[in-house]
Design a protein around this ligand. Structure first.
Ligand SMILES: Nc1nc2c(ncn2[C@@H]2O[C@H](COP(=O)(O)OP(=O)(O)O)[C@@H](O)[C@H]2O)c(=O)[nH]1
Ligand SMILES: [Mg+2]
Length: 219
């Protein structure tokens, strides 16, 4: 069997990396901490952000950049929480890039003064492959997988696991009915990236959510 590997142009990656640094600097100039969530569609990214905003909206000032290929579902969900949100539709692209985030921030700044924000959540497009090479300037890259995706989901996506600061294994309430061992997912992740910090959560039951929030909101 032939294996064909496709390299994304190094120039393109370099341009993105430089823009990501600019985004990060701009956010830091205004004292904003940015947390990016990456993972498959349905893993629970929006639910996790919603939970944190509901629980901590009194203590912190939040805003969201909601990435999606075409739809506005998530943008509407965040709007219902009353936080400033900008939707970023990528069209045919399967990931956000720093350029899009820079534009998103310009729109956000029409709505809110960055100096008044504490935390910016960036929800990337639902995909565990494409975003790996495209940092967007966030302080933390949080990979969200769910127990319902099966034990192999971690081992099948080593590139993104290597890029992550934090791994969330969500929907642990459904691990048993799905016959999935969360511990095997943890082991697979540790093998790929021994430094990644791992949280086991259920947005449904609240399990692990306080610990995760504390970690993500540490300023
Ligand atoms: N049982 C269970 N369902 C969850 C959990 N987290 C999210 N969901 C559900 O999974 C679906 C997809 O969640 P969503 O946050 O939209 O995923 P996203 O595509 O990653 O943003 C929704 O119906 C959520 O209610 C969880 O921990 N347990
Ligand atoms: Mg979502």
């Amino acid at each position: 069997m032939h294996k064909v590997e496709v390299d994304v142009s190094e120039d393109l990656l370099k341009v993105n990396e430089n823009l990501a640094k600019e985004v990060r600097q701009h956010l830091e100039d205004h004292g904003v901490r940015a947390v990016e969530l990456l993972g498959s569609i349905g893993s629970g990214k929006t639910s996790i952000i919603e939970w944190i905003i509901r629980e901590h909206g009194d203590e912190y000032s939040f805003a969201v950049l909601a990435g999606d290929v075409v739809s506005e579902y998530d943008e509407r969900r965040f709007k219902r929480l009353g936080v400033p949100v900008v939707g970023l539709n990528t069209g045919r692209e399967c990931h956000l890039d720093a350029h899009m985030v820079q534009h998103g921030l310009e729109h956000l700044e029409e709505e809110v003064d960055l100096d008044e924000l504490d935390v910016l959540f960036i929800e990337n497009v639902g995909n565990l492959v494409c975003p790996a090479d495209f940092p967007v300037g966030a302080h933390e890259r949080v990979i969200v997988v769910s127990a319902t995706e099966g034990e192999d989901v971690v081992g099948k996506h080593p590139m993104i696991i290597r890029e992550g600061d934090v791994l969330v294994i969500n929907k642990v309430d459904l691990a048993e009915p799905c016959g999935v061992s969360v511990e095997k997912m943890v082991e697979a992740a540790r093998e790929i990236n021994p430094d990644i910090e791992i949280y086991r959560t259920s947005v449904k039951t609240g399990e692990g959510m306080d610990e995760l929030s504390r970690r993500l909101l540490t300023l």
